[in-house]
Design a binder for this molecule. Structure first.
Ligand SMILES: *Cc1c(COP(=O)(O)O)cnc(C)c1O
Length: 370
Protein backbone atom coordinates (compact mmCIF):
# COMPACT_ATOMS: atom_id res chain seq x y z
CA UNK A 1 0.00 0.00 0.00
CA UNK A 2 2.67 2.48 1.10
CA UNK A 3 4.61 1.86 -2.09
CA UNK A 4 2.04 3.84 -4.02
CA UNK A 5 1.92 7.61 -3.95
CA UNK A 6 -0.52 9.46 -1.74
CA UNK A 7 -2.23 10.65 -4.92
CA UNK A 8 -3.16 7.17 -6.11
CA UNK A 9 -3.77 5.79 -2.61
CA UNK A 10 -6.29 8.45 -1.74
CA UNK A 11 -7.51 9.27 -5.23
CA UNK A 12 -6.27 12.86 -5.21
CA UNK A 13 -5.30 14.89 -8.24
CA UNK A 14 -1.86 16.49 -8.13
CA UNK A 15 -2.03 20.17 -9.02
CA UNK A 16 0.39 22.49 -10.79
CA UNK A 17 0.20 25.55 -8.60
CA UNK A 18 0.74 28.67 -10.70
CA UNK A 19 -1.32 30.80 -8.34
CA UNK A 20 0.99 31.45 -5.38
CA UNK A 21 0.42 30.70 -1.71
CA UNK A 22 -3.27 29.79 -1.99
CA UNK A 23 -4.70 28.06 1.06
CA UNK A 24 -7.26 26.27 -1.14
CA UNK A 25 -4.37 24.38 -2.77
CA UNK A 26 -2.43 23.65 0.41
CA UNK A 27 -0.80 27.10 0.74
CA UNK A 28 2.90 26.32 0.19
CA UNK A 29 5.40 23.48 0.21
CA UNK A 30 6.30 22.90 3.86
CA UNK A 31 10.08 23.42 4.01
CA UNK A 32 12.15 20.35 5.00
CA UNK A 33 13.31 21.97 8.29
CA UNK A 34 9.66 22.39 9.34
CA UNK A 35 8.75 18.85 8.26
CA UNK A 36 11.66 17.47 10.26
CA UNK A 37 10.68 19.40 13.40
CA UNK A 38 7.10 18.17 13.05
CA UNK A 39 8.14 14.55 12.67
CA UNK A 40 10.62 14.82 15.53
CA UNK A 41 8.09 16.11 18.03
CA UNK A 42 5.10 14.09 16.80
CA UNK A 43 5.73 11.08 19.05
CA UNK A 44 6.96 12.99 22.12
CA UNK A 45 5.46 14.72 25.15
CA UNK A 46 6.46 18.19 26.23
CA UNK A 47 4.86 20.98 28.25
CA UNK A 48 2.95 22.95 25.66
CA UNK A 49 3.66 26.13 27.62
CA UNK A 50 7.40 25.57 27.17
CA UNK A 51 6.95 24.93 23.46
CA UNK A 52 4.88 28.12 23.15
CA UNK A 53 7.64 30.00 25.01
CA UNK A 54 10.20 28.70 22.50
CA UNK A 55 7.90 29.78 19.65
CA UNK A 56 7.68 33.21 21.26
CA UNK A 57 11.51 33.32 21.42
CA UNK A 58 11.80 32.50 17.71
CA UNK A 59 9.10 35.01 16.78
CA UNK A 60 10.82 37.72 18.84
CA UNK A 61 14.15 36.96 17.16
CA UNK A 62 12.75 37.23 13.63
CA UNK A 63 10.29 40.08 14.07
CA UNK A 64 11.90 42.21 16.76
CA UNK A 65 8.63 42.01 18.73
CA UNK A 66 8.42 41.89 22.53
CA UNK A 67 6.53 38.59 22.36
CA UNK A 68 4.95 36.07 20.03
CA UNK A 69 2.11 33.55 20.02
CA UNK A 70 0.87 30.90 17.61
CA UNK A 71 -2.72 30.11 16.77
CA UNK A 72 -4.38 28.12 14.00
CA UNK A 73 -4.33 30.73 11.20
CA UNK A 74 -4.46 34.44 10.53
CA UNK A 75 -8.20 34.14 10.50
CA UNK A 76 -7.95 32.77 14.07
CA UNK A 77 -5.32 35.38 14.92
CA UNK A 78 -7.79 38.13 14.12
CA UNK A 79 -10.35 36.49 16.44
CA UNK A 80 -7.82 36.15 19.23
CA UNK A 81 -6.40 39.67 18.79
CA UNK A 82 -9.89 41.18 18.73
CA UNK A 83 -10.71 39.27 21.92
CA UNK A 84 -7.45 40.37 23.58
CA UNK A 85 -8.20 44.03 22.83
CA UNK A 86 -11.60 43.63 24.49
CA UNK A 87 -10.63 41.63 27.58
CA UNK A 88 -6.97 42.32 28.28
CA UNK A 89 -5.58 39.67 30.64
CA UNK A 90 -8.77 39.48 32.76
CA UNK A 91 -9.58 35.76 32.87
CA UNK A 92 -13.17 36.37 33.96
CA UNK A 93 -13.76 38.52 30.91
CA UNK A 94 -11.91 36.07 28.68
CA UNK A 95 -14.12 33.16 29.76
CA UNK A 96 -17.27 35.28 29.42
CA UNK A 97 -16.80 36.05 25.69
CA UNK A 98 -18.67 36.38 23.39
CA UNK A 99 -20.72 38.12 26.09
CA UNK A 100 -19.16 41.58 25.83
CA UNK A 101 -21.36 43.48 28.27
CA UNK A 102 -19.40 46.46 29.58
CA UNK A 103 -16.32 45.84 27.36
CA UNK A 104 -14.98 47.99 24.53
CA UNK A 105 -15.99 46.10 21.38
CA UNK A 106 -15.51 48.38 18.41
CA UNK A 107 -12.86 47.65 15.77
CA UNK A 108 -12.32 50.60 13.45
CA UNK A 109 -11.37 49.55 9.92
CA UNK A 110 -11.06 51.41 6.63
CA UNK A 111 -13.81 50.36 4.19
CA UNK A 112 -11.16 49.60 1.57
CA UNK A 113 -9.69 46.99 3.93
CA UNK A 114 -12.88 44.95 4.35
CA UNK A 115 -11.66 42.19 2.05
CA UNK A 116 -12.64 38.60 1.45
CA UNK A 117 -9.72 36.15 1.48
CA UNK A 118 -11.94 33.05 1.52
CA UNK A 119 -14.00 34.46 4.32
CA UNK A 120 -14.18 38.07 5.45
CA UNK A 121 -12.00 40.01 7.89
CA UNK A 122 -15.27 41.22 9.35
CA UNK A 123 -16.34 37.70 10.32
CA UNK A 124 -13.23 37.12 12.43
CA UNK A 125 -13.80 40.39 14.29
CA UNK A 126 -17.44 39.53 14.98
CA UNK A 127 -16.78 35.96 16.16
CA UNK A 128 -15.54 36.87 19.68
CA UNK A 129 -18.19 39.60 19.99
CA UNK A 130 -16.36 42.49 18.32
CA UNK A 131 -18.12 45.06 16.22
CA UNK A 132 -16.42 46.25 13.03
CA UNK A 133 -16.84 49.99 12.51
CA UNK A 134 -16.10 50.73 8.83
CA UNK A 135 -14.79 54.23 8.17
CA UNK A 136 -14.36 56.12 4.92
CA UNK A 137 -15.54 54.93 1.52
CA UNK A 138 -14.44 52.33 -1.00
CA UNK A 139 -12.16 54.82 -2.73
CA UNK A 140 -11.04 57.19 0.01
CA UNK A 141 -10.51 57.31 3.74
CA UNK A 142 -9.31 60.39 5.63
CA UNK A 143 -7.32 60.23 8.85
CA UNK A 144 -9.89 62.46 10.57
CA UNK A 145 -12.57 59.85 9.84
CA UNK A 146 -10.57 57.33 11.87
CA UNK A 147 -9.98 59.95 14.55
CA UNK A 148 -13.64 60.85 14.91
CA UNK A 149 -14.73 57.17 15.02
CA UNK A 150 -12.66 56.62 18.19
CA UNK A 151 -14.74 56.68 21.37
CA UNK A 152 -14.92 54.91 24.76
CA UNK A 153 -16.22 51.72 23.10
CA UNK A 154 -13.23 51.48 20.73
CA UNK A 155 -11.13 48.34 21.30
CA UNK A 156 -8.70 48.59 18.37
CA UNK A 157 -8.02 49.72 14.84
CA UNK A 158 -7.53 46.92 12.30
CA UNK A 159 -5.25 47.41 9.28
CA UNK A 160 -5.10 44.88 6.42
CA UNK A 161 -2.11 44.49 4.08
CA UNK A 162 -3.15 42.61 0.95
CA UNK A 163 -3.39 42.86 -2.82
CA UNK A 164 -7.14 42.53 -2.22
CA UNK A 165 -7.43 45.89 -0.41
CA UNK A 166 -7.98 49.16 -2.23
CA UNK A 167 -4.43 50.20 -3.16
CA UNK A 168 -4.99 53.99 -3.24
CA UNK A 169 -6.74 56.63 -1.15
CA UNK A 170 -6.35 54.71 2.12
CA UNK A 171 -4.65 56.08 5.26
CA UNK A 172 -1.15 54.57 5.50
CA UNK A 173 -0.18 52.49 8.53
CA UNK A 174 2.17 55.12 10.01
CA UNK A 175 -0.66 57.66 10.16
CA UNK A 176 -3.19 55.11 11.45
CA UNK A 177 -0.77 54.32 14.27
CA UNK A 178 -0.30 58.02 15.11
CA UNK A 179 -4.04 58.65 15.26
CA UNK A 180 -4.80 55.49 17.27
CA UNK A 181 -1.89 55.79 19.70
CA UNK A 182 -2.77 59.42 20.44
CA UNK A 183 -5.94 57.97 22.02
CA UNK A 184 -4.23 54.87 23.46
CA UNK A 185 -5.90 52.50 21.00
CA UNK A 186 -3.89 49.47 19.77
CA UNK A 187 -3.46 48.73 16.06
CA UNK A 188 -3.78 45.15 14.76
CA UNK A 189 -2.22 44.38 11.36
CA UNK A 190 -3.25 41.46 9.15
CA UNK A 191 -0.02 40.82 7.22
CA UNK A 192 -0.95 37.24 6.31
CA UNK A 193 0.84 37.15 3.00
CA UNK A 194 3.76 39.49 3.60
CA UNK A 195 7.52 38.77 3.59
CA UNK A 196 8.39 41.74 5.77
CA UNK A 197 8.55 40.38 9.32
CA UNK A 198 9.70 43.65 10.93
CA UNK A 199 8.42 46.66 9.04
CA UNK A 200 4.87 46.77 10.40
CA UNK A 201 6.05 46.54 14.00
CA UNK A 202 8.68 49.18 13.27
CA UNK A 203 5.88 51.43 12.06
CA UNK A 204 4.25 51.03 15.46
CA UNK A 205 1.70 48.23 15.01
CA UNK A 206 0.80 46.57 18.33
CA UNK A 207 -0.02 43.09 16.96
CA UNK A 208 0.97 41.78 13.53
CA UNK A 209 -0.39 38.46 12.26
CA UNK A 210 1.27 36.31 9.57
CA UNK A 211 0.26 33.01 8.00
CA UNK A 212 2.81 30.34 8.91
CA UNK A 213 1.74 28.42 5.81
CA UNK A 214 2.29 31.09 3.17
CA UNK A 215 5.73 32.58 2.45
CA UNK A 216 7.24 31.14 5.62
CA UNK A 217 6.66 27.60 4.30
CA UNK A 218 5.49 26.27 7.64
CA UNK A 219 2.46 24.16 8.56
CA UNK A 220 -0.98 25.78 8.74
CA UNK A 221 -0.68 28.28 11.56
CA UNK A 222 -1.08 31.92 12.49
CA UNK A 223 1.99 33.68 13.82
CA UNK A 224 1.29 36.65 16.08
CA UNK A 225 3.98 39.17 17.03
CA UNK A 226 3.63 42.26 19.16
CA UNK A 227 3.39 44.07 22.43
CA UNK A 228 4.04 41.87 25.45
CA UNK A 229 0.83 42.63 27.37
CA UNK A 230 -1.37 42.20 24.31
CA UNK A 231 0.33 38.99 23.17
CA UNK A 232 -0.05 37.65 26.72
CA UNK A 233 -3.76 38.52 26.50
CA UNK A 234 -3.89 36.68 23.15
CA UNK A 235 -2.30 33.60 24.70
CA UNK A 236 -4.76 33.66 27.59
CA UNK A 237 -7.62 33.43 25.07
CA UNK A 238 -6.84 29.69 24.96
CA UNK A 239 -9.08 29.67 28.07
CA UNK A 240 -11.86 31.08 25.93
CA UNK A 241 -12.49 31.80 22.26
CA UNK A 242 -8.93 30.83 21.35
CA UNK A 243 -9.52 27.25 22.44
CA UNK A 244 -11.34 26.06 19.30
CA UNK A 245 -8.44 27.56 17.35
CA UNK A 246 -5.73 26.00 19.48
CA UNK A 247 -2.84 24.50 17.58
CA UNK A 248 -0.99 21.26 18.28
CA UNK A 249 2.64 20.57 19.16
CA UNK A 250 3.38 19.46 15.60
CA UNK A 251 2.31 22.77 14.09
CA UNK A 252 4.07 24.89 16.71
CA UNK A 253 7.27 22.89 16.20
CA UNK A 254 6.81 23.14 12.43
CA UNK A 255 6.48 26.91 12.61
CA UNK A 256 9.64 27.21 14.72
CA UNK A 257 11.44 25.01 12.17
CA UNK A 258 10.15 27.20 9.35
CA UNK A 259 11.34 30.35 11.13
CA UNK A 260 14.81 28.86 11.63
CA UNK A 261 14.86 27.96 7.94
CA UNK A 262 13.75 31.48 7.02
CA UNK A 263 16.72 32.92 8.91
CA UNK A 264 19.15 30.65 7.08
CA UNK A 265 17.49 30.78 3.68
CA UNK A 266 19.31 32.09 0.60
CA UNK A 267 16.60 34.64 -0.21
CA UNK A 268 18.57 36.15 -3.10
CA UNK A 269 19.18 32.71 -4.60
CA UNK A 270 15.48 31.86 -4.42
CA UNK A 271 14.65 35.17 -6.08
CA UNK A 272 17.10 34.33 -8.88
CA UNK A 273 15.43 30.94 -9.42
CA UNK A 274 12.04 32.62 -9.56
CA UNK A 275 13.30 35.23 -12.03
CA UNK A 276 14.67 32.46 -14.22
CA UNK A 277 11.27 30.75 -14.29
CA UNK A 278 9.55 34.06 -15.05
CA UNK A 279 11.92 34.69 -17.97
CA UNK A 280 11.24 31.18 -19.28
CA UNK A 281 7.49 31.84 -19.20
CA UNK A 282 7.82 35.22 -20.94
CA UNK A 283 9.87 33.54 -23.65
CA UNK A 284 7.55 30.53 -23.84
CA UNK A 285 4.49 32.71 -24.35
CA UNK A 286 6.01 35.24 -26.74
CA UNK A 287 4.33 35.06 -30.13
CA UNK A 288 1.43 32.91 -28.92
CA UNK A 289 -1.72 33.97 -30.75
CA UNK A 290 -4.01 36.22 -28.69
CA UNK A 291 -1.68 36.22 -25.68
CA UNK A 292 0.58 38.96 -24.33
CA UNK A 293 2.67 38.30 -21.25
CA UNK A 294 4.34 40.87 -19.06
CA UNK A 295 6.31 40.84 -15.82
CA UNK A 296 4.71 42.83 -12.99
CA UNK A 297 5.84 43.53 -9.40
CA UNK A 298 3.90 42.38 -6.34
CA UNK A 299 1.27 44.98 -5.43
CA UNK A 300 2.17 45.00 -1.71
CA UNK A 301 5.94 45.22 -2.33
CA UNK A 302 6.84 41.64 -1.46
CA UNK A 303 10.19 40.90 -3.15
CA UNK A 304 8.70 38.99 -6.07
CA UNK A 305 7.30 39.48 -9.54
CA UNK A 306 4.57 37.65 -11.40
CA UNK A 307 3.65 37.18 -15.04
CA UNK A 308 0.48 38.91 -16.16
CA UNK A 309 -1.09 37.04 -19.07
CA UNK A 310 -3.40 39.19 -21.17
CA UNK A 311 -5.88 37.22 -23.27
CA UNK A 312 -7.40 38.87 -26.38
CA UNK A 313 -10.55 36.83 -27.13
CA UNK A 314 -10.92 37.74 -30.82
CA UNK A 315 -7.49 36.20 -31.49
CA UNK A 316 -7.22 33.61 -28.72
CA UNK A 317 -10.74 32.29 -29.34
CA UNK A 318 -11.53 32.47 -25.63
CA UNK A 319 -11.59 34.90 -22.74
CA UNK A 320 -9.12 35.02 -19.86
CA UNK A 321 -11.77 33.40 -17.63
CA UNK A 322 -12.30 30.59 -20.16
CA UNK A 323 -8.58 29.98 -20.55
CA UNK A 324 -8.10 29.87 -16.76
CA UNK A 325 -10.95 27.36 -16.55
CA UNK A 326 -9.53 25.26 -19.37
CA UNK A 327 -6.16 25.13 -17.59
CA UNK A 328 -7.87 24.05 -14.38
CA UNK A 329 -9.59 21.27 -16.36
CA UNK A 330 -6.35 19.77 -17.66
CA UNK A 331 -5.81 16.12 -16.57
CA UNK A 332 -3.22 17.53 -14.14
CA UNK A 333 -4.98 20.75 -13.18
CA UNK A 334 -3.01 23.97 -13.67
CA UNK A 335 -4.33 26.59 -11.29
CA UNK A 336 -3.56 30.21 -12.15
CA UNK A 337 -4.13 33.39 -10.15
CA UNK A 338 -7.45 34.28 -11.69
CA UNK A 339 -9.15 36.75 -9.37
CA UNK A 340 -8.88 39.51 -11.97
CA UNK A 341 -9.84 37.36 -14.97
CA UNK A 342 -12.90 39.46 -15.75
CA UNK A 343 -10.48 42.29 -16.62
CA UNK A 344 -9.05 40.14 -19.44
CA UNK A 345 -5.95 38.82 -17.70
CA UNK A 346 -4.71 36.36 -15.13
CA UNK A 347 -1.42 36.05 -13.28
CA UNK A 348 1.14 33.27 -13.09
CA UNK A 349 3.01 33.03 -9.80
CA UNK A 350 6.15 30.92 -9.88
CA UNK A 351 6.95 30.83 -6.15
CA UNK A 352 5.44 27.38 -5.68
CA UNK A 353 6.37 25.92 -9.06
CA UNK A 354 8.83 23.07 -9.45
CA UNK A 355 11.50 23.27 -12.13
CA UNK A 356 9.96 22.25 -15.42
CA UNK A 357 6.43 23.25 -14.50
CA UNK A 358 6.88 26.58 -16.28
CA UNK A 359 7.22 24.62 -19.53
CA UNK A 360 4.11 22.56 -18.72
CA UNK A 361 2.11 25.77 -18.18
CA UNK A 362 3.34 27.43 -21.41
CA UNK A 363 2.74 24.31 -23.51
CA UNK A 364 -0.82 23.98 -22.15
CA UNK A 365 -1.62 27.62 -22.92
CA UNK A 366 -0.24 27.27 -26.47
CA UNK A 367 -2.28 24.11 -27.10
CA UNK A 368 -5.51 25.52 -25.63
CA UNK A 369 -5.54 28.76 -27.66
CA UNK A 370 -4.44 27.08 -30.90
C1 LIG B 1 -4.42 34.45 3.33
C2 LIG B 1 -4.95 35.64 4.04
C3 LIG B 1 -5.67 35.49 5.23
C4 LIG B 1 -6.02 34.15 5.76
O1 LIG B 1 -4.92 33.56 6.31
P1 LIG B 1 -5.06 32.16 7.06
O2 LIG B 1 -3.81 32.10 7.85
O3 LIG B 1 -5.14 31.12 6.00
O4 LIG B 1 -6.28 32.26 7.91
C5 LIG B 1 -6.07 36.60 5.90
N1 LIG B 1 -5.79 37.84 5.44
C6 LIG B 1 -5.10 38.03 4.31
C7 LIG B 1 -4.80 39.43 3.86
C8 LIG B 1 -4.66 36.93 3.56
O5 LIG B 1 -3.96 37.11 2.44
Amino acid sequence: MKNSSIFSRWNLRQVVNASGTMTALGASRIVPEAQEAMTEIAGEFIHMDELLDRASDAIQRLTGAEAGFVTASVSSGLVVAMAACMTGADRGRIMRLPDTEGLPTEAIIQVGHLVDYGTTVELSLRLPGGKPVPVGSVSRTHDFQIESAINERTACVVYVVSHHTVQYGMVPLERVVEVAHARNIPVIVDAASEYDLRGFLEKGADIVIYSGHKFLGGPTSGMMAGRKDLIEACRLQNLGVGRPMKIGKESIAGLIGALEAWEARDHAGIRRDEDRRIDAILEGLSGVKGIAAQKIPDPTNNPLDRVMVHVFPEKAGMTATELAEALANEPTPIVVRGHEAELGHFLLDVCNMRDGEETVVCEAIKRLVA
